[in-house]
Design a protein around this ligand. Structure first.
Ligand code: S3P
Length: 422
């Protein structure tokens, strides 16, 4: 795939549905009583893997355009082979869910998934009574043997919405209550959706308690994915003379770190028509280009609110006037790639002044990227999309190898570039 430099971008854009919310809407309705429609579902590869797994477990799932109709399984079946592809969310949430139902199953995924740590769920699930074996006790394939669970009180050592969600899903079928304490608040889509499905769940700041519950089906209107909006936001902020409207963006405060940072840099983002779809806050967003971008420092509690946006924020930092610092982001090392190294390598090759640190990176903004090179996105969709935006704002463009990996979360991503002015 070749990305040419763009002069500017304008117009109104619809976004693909939120990946985290689509996974949950399908998974939770697949274990609920009744039938539900999931509108504006993201049908990227990750969510298709969730659909495939839930069908194997006994749910009926039909897809017409972007509406997914889910009829909950009467009984969750044992399953020898559940393949999650590239999706960490599918693997971790499903592991919690399966342990709760006391069924036996084997979960596996692609080469990238097999490198991602699973002991963060294996350890607390085992404390609850689950029986899970894994490669070196940590890596997929995961073999789950049916058992009954009891609740625990668990203080999570890392801030992870996937771990929290896995434990909540195990907890809704455990014999005694489960309490999970997060070091830093992470995305709360699981809690919001389960509450709307009549689960017995109580949230007090960073502490969530669940009791044994049966779920009711609920229709979901999936908002546009702010993590996909991020690429447009950075593109329109950098390309002078740009102005775009992004419609129907999910703006749950646990996900809006990117908006706060772009505004802090002096970026122009105007929120329009704020509303709610179901439990989730949504808005349209007007984004206009800015010529005096200030550098930023991100770390601490902010990290979980923008964890998936760090590669694209690093692209933005190249255009700020001065030194930007990203810290406390060790979790990036265990995403679809080691995103500290892969982002730094990619931007360095494009001509950025950037260096990796133990828990993040330091970027000296020069106001330009050269480009004119090839980047291999490997198995990382967010690296592919960040490289494409970096190419579009560079002097010589970029070639991307394995560009189609963007389909994991944003199937029509490269169509953006047809709407920009060359
Ligand atoms: C996700 C949680 C985050 C995020 C991932 C999606 C979710 O992962 O990076 O893309 O849907 O719960 P962690 O929980 O590992 O931080």
């Amino acid at each position: 795939m070749t990305i040419k430099p763009l002069k500017r971008i304008s117009g109104a854009f619809d976004l693909p549905g939120d990946k985290s919310i689509t996974h949950r809407a399908i998974m939770f309705n697949a274990i609920a009583e009744g039938e539900a429609k999931v509108h504006n579902a993201l049908l990227g590869e990750d969510c298709l893997a969730t659909i495939d797994c839930m069908r194997k477990l006994g749910a009926k799932i039909d897809i017409t355009d972007d509406v997914v109709t889910v009829t909950g399984a009467k009984k969750i079946k044992n399953s020898q082979e559940l393949y999650v592809g590239n999706s960490g969310t599918t693997m971790r949430l499903l592991a919690g869910l399966l342990c709760g139902f006391g069924v036996s199953a084997e979960l596996d995924g692609d080469e990238s998934i097999r490198k991602r740590p699973m002991n963060r769920i294996i350890e607390p699930l085992t404390q609850m009574g689950a029986k899970i074996t894994a490669n070196e006790g940590n890596f997929a394939p995961l073999k789950i043997k049916g058992s009954t669970l009891k609740g625990i009180e668990y203080t999570m050592p890392v801030a992870s919405a996937q771990v929290k969600s896995a434990l909540i899903l195990a907890g809704i079928n455990a014999d005694t209550p489960t309490t999970i304490i997060e070091p830093v608040k992470t995305r709360n889509h699981t809690e919001l959706m389960l509450a709307s499905q009549s689960a017995d769940i109580k949230i007090r700041k960073n502490k969530t308690t669940v009791h044994k519950s049966s779920l009711k089906s609920v229709d979901v209107y999936v908002p546009g994915d702010i993590s996909s909006a991020a690429y447009f936001m950075v593109l329109a902020t950098i390309l002078q003379g740009s102005g775009i409207v992004l419609k129907n963006v999910g703006v749950n405060p646990t996900r809006t770190g990117i908006i706060d940072i772009i505004k802090l840099c002096g970026g122009k983002i105007t929120m329009l028509n704020r509303r709610r779809t179901g439990e989730e806050p949504v808005a349209d967003m007007l984004i206009q280009s800015t010529n005096n971008l200030k550098p930023f420092v991100i770390g601490g509690d902010m990290i979980p609110r923008l964890i998936d946006e760090i590669p694209i924020l690093a692209v933005l930092a190249c255009f700020a006037d001065g030194m930007s610092i990203i810290k406390d982001a060790k979790e990036l090392k265990i995403k679809e790639s080691n995103r500290i190294d892969s982002t730094v390598d990619m931007l360095e090759k494009m001509g950025a002044r950037i260096q990796a640190t133990e828990d993040g990176m330091i970027i000296n903004g020069t106001g330009a990227l050269m480009g004119g090179i090839e980047i291999d996105a490997g198995l990382d969709h967010r690296l592919a999309m960040s490289a494409a935006i970096a190419g579009a704002v560079s002097l010589d463009g970029v070639k991307i190898k394995n560009a189609q990996v963007a389909d994991v979360s944003f199937p029509d991503f490269y169509k953006i570039f047809e709407r920009g002015e060359v």
